[in-house]
Design a protein around this ligand. Structure first.
Ligand code: S3P
Length: 427
């Protein structure tokens, strides 16, 4: 896939696809609820399709219609043992959340995914699930998938997680549905709270105080309609592109702006970005807004601490944006970037350096000296969708041609990304 310096500007209105995190959860919780859950604006990216396929293998009827997904839920105890291992593809969310559900079943399941999934850390869920009474084993003994999970009668625990991870938190809360007493999770900083909000919506008793979430066992979950907001993580590439290419003005419609996810807006504003929220809607606990982004001259900033989990997937594009800001941007407390779909610190430093950026890797982030113009280069996405989209955006503001190798991986979270980006470019 090749890109040349954009055009003079990005202009126009765009609607991004549904939120990936919320789409996954709607399928999973709908499967565990009684009745039919109707999901609209579901993200048909490969990761969410992996979740659908897994629940079909667990005996749930799911209709994938043009304008809606229907989940025929069978209640908390309605899943059936699959006849062969479950395949979770590239999806960390599917792998970690489904593990919490499988820990509460009266059967054993094996699950695995692609090469990337087989190298991502699973000890972070194996430890709490074992403490709750499940038998969970890494079949190669390396604390990664493939995993074998023997469900059991679970006990409630209070777990203190070393990482601020919504996947870990959600896994434990889902296991807590099957426990014999309350289960709570404390994390160092608050991670995205979509599970807490949606579980409440389905009738579970979930409470949150500071960075601790608590769930009571064995609720009767009831099917609910879920309207998935646009994904702010997908919107981030258009936000960044509009801020990098002079004269741009882009309106992004119906974007989820849950405060546990909107760190990209805060950091861009800290850098001097002109971002206006229009049509703000409180939604059903998941607020949305239209985002009006106007090209702005930016300055460097410091990104660290509690904001990190609220923009963890947007940090690669923040690093690219920082190349267009005057002064230094420091990203810290972001060690988690090393264990995403790729090692996003190494991959960003290598690829941005190839484009002429002044960027250094640190133990827990990156330091970027802005103001040095980028030039085109050959970029390897390392099969990481967020890296491919970051460099498609950066290429629009770089001199010359950029080639993205393994560009198709955007199908994980945004199958029509390149078409949508192309429609905003003015020549
Ligand atoms: C996700 C949580 C984040 C994020 C991932 C989706 C989720 O991972 O990076 O893309 O849906 O819960 P961690 O919670 O492990 O940081």
């Amino acid at each position: 896939m090749r890109f040349t310096r954009a055009a003079s500007a990005l202009k126009g209105t765009i609607t991004v696809p549904g939120d990936k995190s919320i789409s996954h959860r709607a399928v999973m919780f709908g499967a565990l609820a009684k009745g039919t859950t109707r999901i609209t604006n579901f993200l048909r990216g490969a990761d969410c399709l992996s979740t659908i396929a897994c629940f079909q293998r667990l005996g749930i009827r799911i209709e994938n219609n043009a304008d809606e997904i229907l989940i025929y839920g069978k209640g908390l105890h309605g899943l059936c043992a699959p006849d062969s291992p479950l395949y979770t593809g590239n999806s960390g969310t599917t792998t970690r959340l489904i593990s919490g559900i499988l820990a509460g079943q009266n059967f054993a399941t094996e699950l695995s995914g692609d090469e990337s999934i087989q190298s991502r850390p699973m000890k972070r869920i194996m430890e709490p699930l074992s403490l709750m009474g499940a038998r969970i084993e890494s079949l190669r003994g390396n604390d990664c998938a493939p995993l074998r999970i023997q469900g059991a009668g679970l006990h409630g625990i209070h777990y203190t997680s070393r990482v601020a991870s919504a996947q870990v938190k959600s896994c434990i809360l889902l296991a807590g549905l099957y426990a014999d007493s309350p289960t709570s999770v404390t994390e160092p900083y608050l991670s995205r709270n979509h599970s807490e909000l949606m579980l409440q919506h389905f009738g579970a008793s979930v409470t949150s105080a500071d960075t601790t979430a608590t769930i009571l066992p064995e609720p009767d979950l009831s099917a609910r309609g879920i309207q998935v907001p646009g994904d702010i993580s997908s919107a981030a590439y258009f936000i960044a592109a509009a801020l990098m290419v002079p004269d741009s003005e882009v309106l992004i419609k119906n974007v989820g702006v849950n405060p546990t996810r909107d760190g990209i807006l805060k950091v861009c504003r800290d850098m001097g970005a002109d971002i206006t929220l229009l049509n703000e809607n409180a939604g059903n606990g998941e607020p949305t807004a239209d985002l009006l982004i106007r090209y702005s001259s930016l300055h460097g900033t410091a990104v660290g601490g509690a904001v990190i989990p609220t923009l963890i997937d947007e940090l690669p594009v923040v690093a690219a944006l920082a190349c267009f800001a005057e002064g230094t941007t420091v990203i810290r407390d972001a060690q988690e970037l090393k264990v995403k779909e790729s090692n996003r610190i190494n991959v960003m430093v290598k690829n941005l350096s190839a484009m002429g950026a002044h960027i250094t890797a640190t133990e827990d982030g990156m330091i970027i000296e802005g103001g040095y113009p980028l030039h085109g280069a050959v970029i390897d996405s390392c099969m990481d969708h967020r890296i491919a989209m970051t460099f498609a955006a950066a290429a629009l503001a770089a001199d010359g041609e950029t080639e993205i190798v393994n560009a198709d991986c955007v199908r994980i979270s945004y199958p029509d990304f390149y078409e949508d980006l192309g429609r905003l470019c003015r020549n």
